[in-house]
Design a protein around this ligand. Structure first.
Ligand code: FAD
Ligand code: NAI
Length: 463
């Protein structure tokens, strides 16, 4: 006899575990299946959290070596202990994953340990046991996209998972893909001494970001020692005892060249993960790239089966998955769960940080929307000057006629925190003038946001 639940969530990443908690809060009898030894999914185990732990440690080191002299602070020889740094990362991850275990107990959510596979429309098997539920949520996340001719061994040729586990700083790190993972993890190892070369297929890095921000971002990273090979593709990799020889060619054709690397990080995107789930047994439809197809209420083509997070369309971000988890649990409880996809921020946790929400200038142009631009540099901000962190700017895009905020993009110190105000403003349908008229504490970095909003009306005060 199958054990039955109101809701079974498959996968305990930020989409799945949050959906399970919200559903339990709303009175449902909930189980969550997770095949990893710990809860929290990609994000907590091999994604957001470990990468941010290493970014923080490497930033502290870099700041100690390069940032103190200016403040009149002298230190002796500074060194780092990579094993300790990695151990600290492990402690941070473990505290977070245990936190989810605690929340499951608190909310009386059953953790079914093992890999789920569908046996029918409302039934799954995990190990030898059968389970059924009124509703089943697929929240199985994503995996790294492979590249033909570049065999990942997670030692010499690594995905983000291996790049988070290196026990030695590579002398030469070649990153394939100038996206978020490549630039964040490239930053970690560059700060610790690696010579980082990024091979990017397109003529620019971070293709989803506003082009002006991407350009400034590339300049900032170049100053930090990154080398960029834009418009190039990798056509082969040979792993030897001491490293990897990569063959790269201009994307538009031309002579091939060889890049030697101690470690290669393959980071050309992620794809939906449904391996072993046996979607066919339930009849759940996916597209050619493996994304599970859903309607606006996260329902698949099979009644009672839903999907959220990285396994469905949209940005592959932890907070997007979380919002979908909450919205779906509320919809299942008969409430009006909803996600506003126009107000989902994206943050790259490099230094300077890069943060954005809403439309880019390129998207507005392509859509034929008439818009105004307001920009303000951190160089003209008193607090940024006091901090010695004057690189970057904020850019606000608002509708030419109504002044409604359409997009906001920041590169600079603590951009990830600063964007929250603009996400809120967009969520509330604010205009650039609304933001400009809000009193911002002085001296704070947030004044850059206010001034950029003023600049959208041509009346910035401090420039
Ligand atoms: P996942 O977190 O991938 O969780 C899916 C879970 O399902 C996994 O634990 C998996 O083991 C389990 N599973 C799969 N199949 C089965 C099965 N058949 N049975 C049982 N369990 C199964 N996003 C951000 O917003 N901010 C960041 O800073 C950030 N940093 C990142 C850094 C890296 C290196 C990476 C790789 C990703 C990062 N992301 C970040 C993206 C973020 O991790 C994902 O968007 C997020 O984890 C997606 O959540 P999810 O719940 O959809 O899936
Ligand atoms: P990405 O989509 O951010 O970047 C991939 C890059 O690789 C693009 O610039 C693309 O043009 C390039 N590319 C594709 N094929 C290529 C090829 N054959 N050769 C060279 N370049 C190629 O993907 P990435 O960095 O792997 O990250 C995956 C996802 O994980 C992100 O899109 C994001 O959703 C999530 N993530 C989010 C983080 C955050 O929010 N801070 C941090 C890390 C990951």
């Amino acid at each position: 006899m199958a054990e039955t639940f109101d809701l079974i969530v498959i996968g305990s990443g930020p989409g799945g575990y949050v959906c399970a908690i919200r559903a339990a809060q709303l009175g449902m009898k909930v189980a969550c299946v997770e095949k990893r030894a710990t809860l929290g999914g990609t994000c907590l185990n091999i994604g957001c959290i470990p990468s941010k732990a290493l970014l923080q440690s490497s930033e502290v080191f870099h700041q100690t070596v390069h940032g103190l002299k200016d403040h009149g602070i002298a230190v002796g020889e500074v060194s780092f202990d990579l094993a300790r740094m990695q151990a600290r990362k492990g402690e941070v991850v473990s505290a977070n994953t245990k936190g989810i275990e605690f929340l499951f107990k608190k909310n009386k959510i059953t953790w079914i340990k093992g890999a789920a596979s569908f046996t029918g429309p409302n039934a799954i098997a995990v190990g030898g046991s059968a389970y059924s539920a009124k509703s089943i949520v697929i929240a199985t996340g994503s995996e790294s996209v492979p590249l033909k001719g570049v065999e990942v061994d997670e030692t010499r040729i690594v995905t983000s998972t291996g790049a988070l586990e290196l026990d030695k700083v590579p002398g030469r790190l070649v990153v394939i893909g100038g996206g978020v993972i490549g630039l964040e993890l490239g930053s970690v190892w560059a700060r610790l001494g690696a010579k980082v070369t990024v091979v990017e297929f397109l003529e620019r890095i971070t293709p989803g970001l506003d082009a002006e921000i991407s350009k400034a971002f590339q300049q900032a990273l170049t100053k930090q020692g990154f080398t960029f090979k834009l418009g190039h593709k990798v056509t082969g990799a040979t792993t030897g005892k001491d490293g990897v020889s990569l063959t790269i060619e201009p994307a538009k054709g031309g002579a091939a060249e060889t890049l030697e690397a101690d470690v290669v990080l393959l980071a050309i995107g992620r794809r939906a993960y449904t391996e072993g789930l046996n979607l066919a047994a339930a009849g759940v439809a996916a597209d050619a790239r493996g994304l599970v197809l859903t309607d606006a209420h996260y329902a698949t083509n099979v009644p009672g089966i839903y999907a959220i997070g990285d396994v469905i369309a949209g940005p592959m971000l932890a907070h997007k998955a979380e919002e979908e988890g909450v919205a779906l649990a509320e919809l299942l409880a008969g409430q009006a769960g909803h996600v506003n996809y126009d107000a989902i921020p994206g943050v790259v946790y490099t230094w300077p940080e890069v943060a954005s929400v809403g439309r880019t200038e390129e998207e507005l142009k392509a859509a034929g929307v008439a818009y105004k631009v307001g920009k303000f540099p951190f160089m003209a901000n008193g607090r940024a000057r006091a901090m010695g962190e004057m690189e970057g700017f904020a850019k606000i895009l608002s509708d030419q006629t109504t002044d409604r905020l359409l997009g906001a993009h920041i590169i600079g110190p603590d951009a990830g925190t600063l964007i929250a105000e603009l996400v809120t403003a967009i969520e509330f349908g604010a205009s650039a003038e609304d933001v400009a008229r809000v009193c911002h504490a002085h001296p704070t970095l947030s004044e850059v946001v206010k001034e950029a909003a003023l600049a959208a009306d041509g009346r910035a005060l401090h420039i």
